[in-house]
Design a protein around this ligand. Structure first.
Ligand code: UDP
Length: 402
């Protein structure tokens, strides 16, 4: 049965739910068309899976369409993705043609009756060429665009400018754009299979299935798509340093996303790096492994997010929600979740990461304190109903500017 707004009251209190109901009533029937480029894998899917049904429960009419693309298209958009994260890339005119042709093919996804079209990330931005009617358009950027290389930014920014508004996760991601910009970090769904409480039987069954012992040496975990920007190689190097003095195990768990063609190659690299290390488990999960991730996070003693760049990093919020101590790179949205010394620890290098993990292993009381504060921090700031309320405020803002 679909989760309803009222189901969140125990977690968030009733005030935010009442406010959503009140404002949602005034937006009854407002059609919001979300467009992204994959139905499985990654943070955008995680957000939409929970946000869309709740928007509906609030009275709006949300729709979610997924762009279809060829392997060639996703190779191009992954290159754009890397370029937006600051990697030097060469963009050829053929690549631009592939990108624009995919938009042409997907123009049928557009709905002139939509009050609002939300383009998630850069892959569907080519659709702006087919904008018509009275719908308002938002570009929702889920990554950290601060280091975007000009080769990519100069190609996509005119398309962003065809929208009415750009949304970024953080105010510091603001770009020099001639349109309104709005900032809202995303949120996790505490009632989804990924984050809800699990029963002892579920816990046991999932660990058995994954071949992970329920007890024994401490477990260090990172959950991420297999992407070099999540620095899985750095995680393994940190672990190898740590392992010289500490008895512990590392689990690197992840999967791919349909719109990420590099996943397989990165997984092969990780497996090669981990080869011959009996204390390292590399788990390639299926796209619907929500309960598995939930259980792994609950099994872990310390959770890492050693990303080199991170728009927000939902995996960190998910881990904090399980009351775990985290060690993360102080980058992008991770800095707002893991407040150093309060809700976890930050570390910049491989060596520092190993040291901080060792420190947490030696200080279980501190670890518990950080974990508990982290859970509360997420409850107050990064939980779904409050995120929906921010969306609703944004919709009013757009309506008011008509
Ligand atoms: N995720 C998943 N399976 C995996 C790896 C990741 O379901 O194998 C989920 C993860 O739990 C989180 C989302 O995908 O909810 C990743 O979001 P995040 O913002 O951390 O990073 P992104 O992948 O969007 O860069």
């Amino acid at each position: 049965m679909a989760v309803k707004l009222k189901d969140y009251e125990n977690i968030t209190g009733s005030k935010v739910i009442k406010e959503i109901r009140l404002l949602g009533e005034k937006l009854k029937g407002y059609i919001v068309l979300h467009i992204n480029s994959t139905a499985v894998g990654g943070g955008v899917v995680e957000i939409l899976k929970s946000l869309v049904p709740l928007m509906r429960d609030a009275g709006l009419e949300p729709k979610w369409s997924v762009m279809e693309g060829t392997h060639e298209f996703f190779n191009v958009t992954k290159l754009f993705h890397n370029g937006l994260h600051g990697q030097q890339v060469i963009i050829t005119s053929e690549m631009k043609e592939v990108y624009l042709a995919a938009a042409e093919k997907n123009r049928y996804l557009l709905d002139e009756n939509a009050d609002l079209v939300v383009i998630h990330d850069q892959q569907p931005l080519g659709l702006t060429a087919y904008r018509k009617g009275t719908s308002r358009w938002i570009w929702y950027c889920h990554i950290d665009p601060l280091y975007a290389v000009p080769e990519v930014w100069s190609f996509i920014s005119p398309k962003v400018c065809s929208c009415d508004l750009a949304v970024f996760h953080l105010a510091e991601y603001a770009r020099n754009l001639p349109l309104l910009q709005y900032f809202m970090p995303p949120a996790i769904d505490p009632l989804s299979d990924k984050n809800r409480e699990v029963t002892p039987v579920e816990y046991q069954t999932v660990l058995e299935k994954l071949g992970i012992e329920p007890g024994g040496s401490p477990v260090i975990l990172q959950v991420s798509r297999f992407d070099r920007l999540k620095d899985p190689a750095g995680v393994i190097r940190s672990f190898k340093l740590l392992r010289k003095n500490k008895d512990c195990r590392l689990i690197l768990a992840g999967g791919g996303a349909d719109d990420d063609p590099e996943g397989k190659a990165v997984l092969d690299e990780i497996r090669e790096l981990a080869d011959g290390q009996p204390d390292i488990s590399v788990l390639a999960l299926s796209p619907d492994a929500d309960l598995e991730i939930n259980v792994l996070q609950r099994r872990a003693d310390i959770i890492l997010q050693k990303s080199l760049r991170e728009g927000f990093g939902l995996t960190a919020a998910e881990a904090l929600w399980k009351g775990k101590p985290l060690v993360v790179t102080p980058t992008g949205g991770l800095v707002y979740q893991v407040l150093h010394g309060k809700t976890g620890l930050t570390a910049r290098t491989v060596e520092e990461t190993a040291k901080k993990i060792a420190y947490l292993l030696e200080e279980p009381e501190l670890s518990n304190r950080l974990g508990a504060a982290g859970k509360e921090h997420v409850r107050q700031n990064f939980i779904l109903p409050a995120y929906l309320l921010k969306w609703i405020n944004l919709l009013f803002l757009l309506k008011g500017r008509r």
